[in-house]
Design a protein around this ligand. Sequence first.
Ligand SMILES: *Cc1c(COP(=O)(O)O)cnc(C)c1O
Length: 393
Amino acid sequence: MSDRPEPAAIPQSSPGRDYQSHQAEIDAALRRALDSGWYILGPEVRAFEAEFASYLGLREGVGVASGTDAVELALRALGVGPGDAVYSVSHTAVATVVGVERTGAIPVLVDVDDATYTLDPASLAAAIAADPRPGGARPAAVVVVHLYGQPAAMTEVMSIARTAGLFVVEDCAQAHGARCDDRLAATWGDIAAFSFYPTKNLGALGDGGLVATDDAGLAARARELRQYGWRDRYVSAVAGMNSRLDELQAAVLRAKLPHLDEDNARRRAIAARYDARLGESVLGTPAVGPGVEHVFHQYVIRTRYRDNLMAWLHQRGISTAIHYPVPVHMQPAYAGRLPQVVELPVTERIATEIVSLPIFPSLSDHEVDRVVEAVLEWAQGIPRIEAGLGHAS
Ligand SMILES: *Cc1c(COP(=O)(O)O)cnc(C)c1O
């Protein structure tokens, strides 16, 4: 037994520590919302919708209960439903595909780019060309995911979608404040979906989501749908649902929104610190596309010996995660059930190679350096692993 204290464990994400770094403001906001006596769709939600829409430079924000609901409501506001096909990626949070299916539409999943891990425009174009009626449905929309905090190749995606007459929904659940060519994620397509799950770049202290758009008609439809289809109170103009953002979450989000850009800058600084030391190693560090301002929801590296690396880090008190270990089209709930129009070789390969290192705004430089040291020490043992000798732990 050594008498030196064990170094503290390093989590992969830490909503608790992120809360503590803005605690006074969040507590005051919660107090205000509690004291108001109004807990659903009140002044905090209205103010947050306006403030977040203004941050995005869009006219409309509609607060909803989750990011999954935001994907569903964005599509339903566009009129997408049964009989329609919706293109998206298999390399995403399963929530993206849940949102699509909940509309009654059929998801058609395409491959991602091998360097950026976002939707591969060539695979989308190939899927559109390969089958005019995938699963017997009429192609209606694309849900493009800005994965890990990096906007997808939107110039190409928009051009392919417009040529094919498809609506474009941006899944911005990992991309609050991300930009490409000085344009914010959420401002390319017809409508965007956000999640405020606690670990997201803008996270609540519970569930939350938002639909953002410049189109007042789409926003009005999303507003009706989120509350029983009501146009006027107690009059359901359309068949809706219940998906409301609550006042407490909206108050928390209002307290955190003014810090979003600085929190994202901190994530970028952490990523740069990782890049500076790991970029020289054999590990695949994240590729950032030209003109992209990445917000590093995740910092994802790549190695054929991923499971070995995760175990090594785990032994040293460093938590990692895989986003995502099983592509959606290979999950038990979906395998063999979705129309497979194109092959997904990149998606299937990277699922076995990717690993997300710790990253969150309150992660310290010292902790980043500890992760780096541990990864580099592990990398020195790769020849042993390749020789089938395992890794000295
Ligand atoms: C988190 C996430 C969602 C879903 O958000 P919830 O609020 O958990 O429903 C959707 N898409 C992506 C890409 C996500 O990361």
